[in-house]
Ligand binder design. Structure first.
Ligand code: FES
Length: 127
């Protein structure tokens, strides 16, 4: 599964928004560090967070068990599984927020924004 990722910090720095249609196109033109914007492959037995770590990236996490939301990502494209036992409220899940520590890709391609834990909506969930 091919994943294109973008660090929320870049969005914040450049004054972009999660809702921008051309977010990843803008990121491509912004000459970001390869840890902030790039691509990685997820193997079938890897969660999204594990895949990022196994390719040498450092994404935020804490509990690794669906209970803290530090690992939250925002899905721009594709689908990531969401186990039943987790902290993400339904309304945020519906908007596309997922946990990367126990989320497994359900589509062949994904576009995700990681490091979204600093968003006000998620702030309350962070333990
Ligand atoms: Fe705590 Fe993913 S690391 S929910």
């Amino acid at each position: 599964v091919r994943v294109e990722f973008l660090d929320y910090e870049a969005i914040d720095d450049y004054g972009w928004s999660l809702d921008d249609d051309d977010l990843f196109r803008k990121a491509s033109h912004a000459d970001l560090d390869e840890s902030a914007h790039g691509r990685l492959l997820v193997q079938p037995d890897e969660s999204l967070l594990e895949a990022a770590e196994n390719r040498g990236f450092t994404w935020p996490f804490s509990c690794r068990g669906g209970a803290c939301a530090n690992c939250a990502v925002f899905l721009v494209e594709g689908e990531l599984s969401q186990p039943t036992d987790h902290i993400m409220p339904e309304e945020l899940a519906e908007r596309g927020f997922r946990l990367s520590c126990n989320g497994y890709p359900l589509s062949d391609e994904l576009k995700v924004v990681f490091n979204v834990k600093q968003l006000a909506e998620l702030d309350d969930l962070i333990l």
